[in-house]
Design a protein around this ligand. Structure first.
Ligand SMILES: *Cc1c(COP(=O)(O)O)cnc(C)c1O
Length: 412
């Protein structure tokens, strides 16, 4: 550390203005859930180095290995050479490049919808969309485990928020009935795949409700894009609901391997978001290289479906082996995983973080997740399978998971 950095840290720690933050960090330390960021030294790959240690990586969302696929890499380099590194403006001022339009048209065709708008991230796609399509007279019905970006968007909209129990369609209907005669619009929203438990949202049943009550149906397919549905078209395609879901959100940051989020739907929905979604209006658009990589990523979904098949085969094997070894991977006190997201439920936050650290020491990267990201008492080490893990890597990971859990007395 340079002396300049040390000096800065010393002065800032003496200023009282932010002392409440330091107190909260001390509280996290005393609970054992304070963390340091692990730093990746090389590529986001199945075996890589974090903080200088070689690990088998079960922590990324790089489902299909596209983060470092040669075709996405080449597309980015070619775009940098042709168009430079930045777009120079927000989309609505001067920052809409031809390649942004090409990406949106490609996604719309892939999803079988009229139109698509790309945002800087899945987070801004959700937050920007939910906050702009509703107002304070309206109602949002949201699954209790929906992603933070949906919750933030709902708050920003100032609509009235009603939370239904996780995947409880009957509860959602009860809430819809209560407000049936209210004049406001109603939006029902669910994750397609829930990010902490890996279970699949009841998209078809919620779409039935929306049809019955005239509500708007919205699905956030961040973890389903590239994973579920034909060639990875998502949970909406998986349930054959494309014509009945008004607003489909997806991400380009997970299976697609680069960065961004998108909304798919009718031409008017997209045109409206061009005019009203605040992250679209007030934040600069993607570098052309990112758009180029994403286009190449969709080409791979279309042309290499065997990656998705490998992802599911690896998932099935990994989850069967974990269950056989006595791990709770959901389904007892938490929802049961139905996708490559595989939580190993530990319960106690401190123990979970200790387990994750011990795994790392043994050469396995699997992130501990505790309150407030998941409910108190339901802390877990979350593992995510990819299509690119070899059987040998998975076996080695299983051995580390089991031997470390036995040593720490975590297996039932
Ligand atoms: C990751 C995630 C997002 C955010 O996507 P980014 O592109 O990383 O911003 C939104 N919704 C869900 C359900 C997610 O898991």
């Amino acid at each position: 550390m340079s002396s300049a950095t040390t000096l800065l840290e010393d002065t800032s720690s003496k200023r009282p203005q932010l002392a409440h933050l330091s107190a909260q960090l001390d509280d996290l330390r005393s609970r054992g859930t304070h963390f340091k960021l692990r730093v990746l030294d090389d590529e986001q790959a199945q075996v890589c180095h974090y903080d200088g240690r070689e690990v088998i990586n079960l922590a990324s969302n790089n489902y299909l290995g596209l983060c470092n696929h040669p075709k996405l890499r080449e597309a980015a380099i070619a775009a940098v050479e042709k168009y430079g590194v930045g777009s120079g403006a927000v989309r609505t001022i001067a920052g809409t490049m031809r390649i942004h339009m090409e990406l949106e048209e490609k996604i719309a065709r892939f999803k079988g919808v009229e139109a698509c708008v790309v945002f800087q991230s899945g987070f801004t796609a959700n937050a920007g969309t939910v906050s702009s399509i509703l107002g304070k007279e309206d109602f949002i019905l949201s699954d209790e485990l929906n992603h933070a970006s949906i919750i933030d968007g709902a708050r920003l909209s100032r609509a009235k928020i009603k939370v239904f129990r996780h995947k409880d369609v009957a509860h959602a209907e009860e809430l819809l009935k209560e407000i049936e005669n209210e004049p406001g619009r109603k939006l029902v929203i669910t994750d397609g795949v829930f990010s902490m438990d890996g279970d699949i949202g009841p998209v078809a049943a919620l779409a039935d409700l929306c049809d019955k009550y005239g509500a708007i149906m919205m699905v956030d397919d961040a973890h389903a894009s590239g994973v579920l549905g034909r060639n990875g078209r998502g949970s909406v395609d998986h349930f054959d609901c494309t014509q009945r879901v008004d607003v489909q959100v997806g991400t380009l940051s997970k299976a697609i391997g680069a960065l961004g989020g998108y909304v798919c739907g009718s031409r008017d929905l997209i045109d409206y978001l061009y005019h009203r979604a605040r992250p679209f209006l007030f934040s600069t658009s993607h570098p052309p290289s990112v758009a180029a990589s994403c286009i190449a990523g969709f080409d791979i979904l279309e042309n290499e479906p065997e990656r998705i098949e490998r992802l599911w085969a690896n998932t099935k094997y990994f989850q069967e082996q974990l269950t056989g070894a006595g791990f709770d991977i959901g389904g007892r006190t938490t929802p049961k995983s139905e996708t490559p997201i595989t939580p190993i439920i530990i319960g106690d936050g401190r123990k979970t973080m200790e387990y994750s650290r011990a795994l790392f020491e043994q050469g396995l990267m699997a992130t501990g997740i505790a309150f407030p990201t998941v409910p108190e008492g339901k802390a877990r080490v979350r593992c995510i399978m990819t299509s690119e893990h070899t059987r040998a890597q998975i076996d080695k990971a299983l051995e580390i998971l089991a031997s470390t859990a036995k040593r720490m007395d975590l297996l039932a």
